[in-house]
Design a protein around this ligand. Structure first.
Ligand code: SAH
Ligand code: SF4
Ligand code: F3S
Length: 463
């Protein structure tokens, strides 16, 4: 193939927001090497699967997708073309060589801490292509390197950045030292690491400079952030929020995902002081039963969680809560499950994500006795979801009649409509010209539709 011709890259992203962020960073790392993104998988010269290992179903998707890719690769080769395939992300980290063995058409397998080495891996994998098939091996990189990955990942061009939207993710913390007994993340993402303050501020400034209005700070334990400042002092997430609030052009800040144990005074104070910090907090509790919380190794009780929510709401009365729940953790009785419904009722969630417990190899939970039957999990999940769906509906309804600042981000589904997000991350649709896009406007909420709000423009945003 002609080396000067740009090659096409297709990245398929599974899992959490950090994978979305990482996929963009991989695209940025490959851009200087002539790889341009394509939305058409059939046109791709290189396909990267950025995978998720969190639950069994998420992991299984990789192998079925690889089956489809193999067909595409065979077709392309039959017509003189080719297709390289890389598996990245948390399944790659967890399974490494095993993927190369099970799926020999894969060229590269590499974990989340190796993304800055992607161009080198690709060069090696390209060289390997010319080897005899019997000798050819995938390039596998699942090391946790000493060097700072982020310091070696290139930034996107301004036009590329803004083409990705007015809102952006920014990873400030990665990895986890908490070892909840159900969770693979400490094994797939590695130990908790915070990026230095200057590096975060620089990336945030670059995003704002390109026209980004809203940033969501990411971390598996984002509120455990403790990045160093220039003097080597550890700065918490609350203090970081005050620094980010100074960046010209940046209008909104969010962060996810937080652990209840890391919600410190500094961060709660930031919610009190900074209107810029959005009043919507994803604070998973997983279960409302102290017995199950203990078995999950969450290291707090239900009452402590409720007290914490109260403190947060005292600091920021309009705070809307979001959470994650697991049903059917080993040993969960009907009464434990009722405790979960109780904590949901007492907290009152604007939104919530809920999952059946999925046994993950290598986690302590996998070896526990009293695994809960599938049918029981199904029934509990349905009951829990009925409750949280009602809470979400009630929360949307409670917004009707209010005027909310909405960041208008795009054209709406209907002609003459635009759409954006409320402070509470609700989708809002309204009649209006596309000139509104790119700024925060005061919108009166006049109704709700499935999963979104309907609004009417109140006034132009102040300059
Ligand atoms: N760091 C975040 C969670 C990351 S995983 C936190 O501490 O809250 C996202 C969600 O997936 C978790 O909150 C949990 O609800 C769910 N989850 C994780 N492992 C799971 C498993 N083995 N089975 C079912 N759900 C799981
Ligand atoms: Fe997983 Fe617990 Fe770490 Fe969250 S805090 S990533 S649930 S181990
Ligand atoms: Fe999945 Fe890894 Fe994120 S396991 S949820 S992609 S950290």
């Amino acid at each position: 193939m002609n080396q000067l011709q740009p090659k096409k890259l297709y990245i398929k992203t599974y899992g959490c927001q950090m994978n979305v962020y990482d996929s963009d960073r991989m695209a940025d790392a490959l851009a200087p090497h002539g790889y341009m993104p394509t939305q058409e998988i059939a046109d791709a010269d290189l396909v990267l699967l950025n995978t998720c290992h969190i639950r069994e179903k998420a992991s299984e998707k990789v192998f079925s997708e690889l089956g489809r890719l193999k067909e595409l690769q065979t077709e392309k080769r039959a017509t003189g073309g080719d297709l390289m395939i890389g598996v990245a992300g948390c399944v790659a980290q967890a399974e490494g060589e095993e993927i190369a063995r099970r799926a020999p058409m894969v060229d590269m397998v590499f974990g989340p801490q190796a993304y800055h080495r992607l161009p080198d891996m690709l060069a090696k994998a390209e060289a390997n292509r010319h080897m005899h098939p019997a000798l050819k091996r995938a390039v596998v990189d699942t090391d946790f390197p000493e060097e700072d990955k982020f310091a070696h990942l290139p930034a996107a061009r301004k036009d590329v950045t803004i083409s990705r939207g007015l809102t952006a993710f920014l990873t400030v913390q990665e990895g986890c030292d908490k070892f909840c007994s159900f969770c693979v993340v400490p094994y797939t993402r590695g130990a908790e690491v915070s990026r230095p303050v200057a590096q975060v501020l620089e990336e945030a400034r670059r995003l704002a400079d390109a026209g980004v209005k809203e940033i969501t700070l990411l971390g598996q334990n984002v509120n455990a952030y403790h990045g160093e400042d220039a003097s080597g002092r550890a700065v918490g997430l609350g203090e970081l929020a005050y620094l980010l609030a100074e960046i010209p052009g940046l209008e909104r800040l969010r962060y996810t995902t937080s652990h209840p144990r890391d919600m410190d005074e500094g961060l709660i104070a930031a919610h009190r002081d900074l209107p810029f910090l959005m009043p919507y907090l994803h604070l998973p509790v997983q279960s409302g039963s102290d017995r199950i919380l203990k078995a999950m190794n969450r290291k707090h009780t239900a009452a402590e969680y409720l007290r914490l929510v109260e403190r947060i709401k005292t600091a920021r009365p309009d705070m809307a809560m979001s959470g994650d729940f697991i049903v059917g953790f080993p040993g969960e009785t009907d009464s434990d499950f009722e405790d979960t419904l109780t904590i949901i009722r007492e907290t009152g969630y604007a939104s919530a994500y809920s999952f059946k417990y999925s046994t993950r190899p290598g986690t302590p939970g996998a070896n526990l006795p009293d695994q809960v039957e599938e049918a029981v999990k199904t029934e509990r999940l349905a009951r829990l979801q009925e409750l949280v769906n009602q809470q979400t509906t009630d929360f949307h309804a409670s917004c009707v009649g209010k005027t909310l600042p909405v960041l208008i981000e795009r054209k709406g589904r209907m002609p003459g409509q635009v759409g954006g997000r409320s402070p509470y991350l609700q989708a809002v649709h309204l009649e209006g010209s596309t000139d509104l896009i790119g700024a925060i406007h005061e919108v009166e909420i006049i109704g709700t539709s499935t999963n979104s709000l309907v609004g009417r423009l109140r006034q132009a945003a102040a300059a």
